[in-house]
Design a protein around this ligand. Structure first.
Ligand SMILES: [Zn+2]
Length: 253
């Protein structure tokens, strides 16, 4: 069975917003390792001004801790960076892609729409994070359906089923990543919400930030409505969590 490690691969803190995590997943089985999102990377930690730039550091509250980078987290688990053969990206925002260059030989799996927005030079992405020339694999729209939502099957060669689930709005190609582990699904919703409270309320102060950062806010709200129904109707089958809410890390066993 594929094991899921939950790793915090970076911290963002821009008061008055609460500190935010970079909740990445490491999928491990006998066939290899795959990383879901990559957090703040070693190159960012070593050259933050050149890579991220002061305005974005201040706006998003980037913190730089080498021990939190995905590569160091993975080494602490006893693996090598070269063991990571695949990276799946929810989307290409800078706090999700900083670690990509630490796994330069990994195949990078992403929706076709997200890759297209990046290739067009959309303002929100940091091209320096992709300067090493990732080996992309993109996924177009599919007719597959997962709990009433579109699914795009990702080929990682792992025992577990891994799906990209379009959750558009935050960015034009933003997807969740669903992983089946035994009889349950883990659904990483990326930045479809910033804090879990957004599944319950519309009037939390963070909702204004989530709305402001969305490429298409109407689409984001439609996605959020679908996630609310999914979390409500299928709590017994699906664990839903996002990228930035520290409270969503599973308790240590
Ligand atoms: Zn983010």
């Amino acid at each position: 069975m594929t094991r899921i490690h939950h790793l915090n691969c970076g911290t963002l803190h821009a008061p008055p917003n609460p500190a935010a995590s970079c909740h990445c997943l490491l999928l491990e089985d006998a066939n290899g390792l795959a990383l879901v999102d990559t957090g703040i990377g070693l190159h960012d930690v070593r050259a933050p001004l050149e890579r991220i730039g002061q305005p974005l550091i201040d706006m998003a509250g980037f913190q730089f801790h080498e021990g939190q980078t995905a590569v160091r987290r993975i080494e602490a688990l006893g693996f090598r960076a070269a063991d990571v053969k695949h990276v799946v990206l929810t989307h290409a925002d800078p706090d999700h892609t900083g670690g990509l260059a630490d796994f330069p030989h990994a195949t990078v799996h992403v929706s076709e729409e997200e890759r297209a927005a990046l290739a067009r030079g959309h303002w929100r992405y940091l091209q320096v994070h992709f300067a090493h020339g990732p080996n992309w694999k993109t996924y177009p729209a599919s007719s597959g359906v997962w709990f009433g939502m579109e699914e795009r099957r990702v080929e990682l060669g792992l025992a577990a089923d891994v799906l990209l689930v379009p959750l558009f709005g935050h960015t034009l190609g933003h997807c969740g990543v669903a992983v089946r582990q035994g009889g349950r699904w883990a659904l990483h919703v990326g930045d479809a919400y910033y804090l879990r409270v957004e599944l319950e309320r519309d009037d939390h102060p963070v909702s204004a930030l989530t709305a402001q950062r969305a490429d298409d806010n109407a689409q984001r709200l439609e996605t959020l409505g679908r996630l609310r129904r999914l979390a409500r109707d299928h709590a017994d089958e699906i664990d839903v969590f996002g990228y930035h809410d520290f409270t969503e890390f599973p308790a240590a066993p």
